[in-house]
Each structure stands twice: as structure tokens, then as C-alpha cells.
Design a protein around this ligand. Sequence first.
Ligand SMILES: [Zn+2]
Length: 137
Amino acid sequence: MQANSTGEDGVGVLGEPCFANDDSALLKLEAIEWPEAPICPRCKHMGPVYDLAKTRFGLKKCRKCSTQFTVRVGTVLQGSHLPLHIWLQAVFLLTAGEKPVSSLRLSRTLGISYKSAWLLTHRIRGALNDQTNERTH
Ligand SMILES: [Zn+2]
């Protein structure tokens, strides 16, 4: 995995495959969500899983409870119709800069509708706030 070479403007980072390709984005997300091993969203078992990538890319099956899941389950990405790499770009744009990024700017940068951008902004900000709250308690 490449080191996070975030430049001041972030242009270099957005050129990485994980921002352009859904499968790469999934692998990136797995590395972020599961730094050690996949975690079953149902029984919270962490460790080796059955790899069902042949059925669907990124699909896993828990060895304990047989639940099938992907890294999307339980994250803000769940139930979203937007491609994963768009999400990653949005997360990056919303978290990397010092200045808050508006939904309008996000929609233009990512080439998505304003409604999608607004939804992304709120879901990502919400998730980030949850994380911050958990850490401070
Ligand atoms: Zn399980």
C-alpha cells in the first residue's frame, strides 16, 4: 500500500487508482475498515473469512455464522447507489482540507448531482462526528 502522500492541494492523491476504480476503492476501504482482518457485521468475529470474490468482488462469508457481507455493511456506504470510488473521493475532499467543502463544490468536483453531493456531505460528516464522539467518551 502506498503511503498517504497527501499534498497541499491533494491532486496527487486523487490520481490514485482507488479514486478512479470501484474495485480499487473497495480494497482501499477494506484496508481502512479492517486494518487487521475482516470483521463480521453480525457476530463481530474477526479473522479469516471465506472469500466469495468469484460471486461478487469483495464479498466475504463469516466462518462462524455464515453471514455474507462486504466492507460496505455497517458503514455510511451501506445502501448507497453511488460508486465506491466516488465515496472515497468525497471522504477525502471533505476531510483533507482545512476549509469546509460545500456540497455544490463537491458535486462539481465529482461530477455528481447536487442532491447526491448533499447526501454524501451529510452522511460523511455524520459518520465523522460519531467517531469523534466515541473517542472523547
Ligand atoms: Zn459472523
